[in-house]
Design a protein around this ligand. Sequence first.
Ligand code: FES
Length: 165
Amino acid sequence: MPAFTPPPLPSDDKRWKIVNGTMRKNGFARHALIETLHTVQSAFGYLDDDSIRFVALSLRVPLSQAYGVVTFYHYFSLKPPGKHTMTICAGTACYIKGSDKLIAAAEKRLGITPGQTTSDGQISLMTARCVGACSRAPVVLCDGAVAGEMATEPMLEQLERWAVE
Ligand code: FES
């Protein structure tokens, strides 16, 4: 049997690397299904057709099984999050460099906690465990694009811009 080649990442959105990292850590074994879907949920705020298909293909589980898991657990959401997503890394390196302050400032500005979306649907706030850019801590992903050495002011300015665009 030829060696299995995992499918390519769906896009160059950096969050797919986090998802892939979870699968790689588990040797692309099927038992990683729930953990991987969790990673998609926490990185993107929800799961859509493409992400479920990508995970199922990568782990070689039937698509129906992946959908079964997503619809069974209430934790998973199939609803699109806000128009924009701010993902703040809360991994150790970023935490040491003050990501908790970034999270607190974003929560205060948006009036939501991580995992939630503003009531006007503009912005979702998410956290991640490590996005693989520790040397640039603290790191945030603005709609999937890495922004390192982030400080509170520029982050809040980004949120201001997103609030209206
Ligand atoms: S801990 Fe934040 S990028 Fe690694």
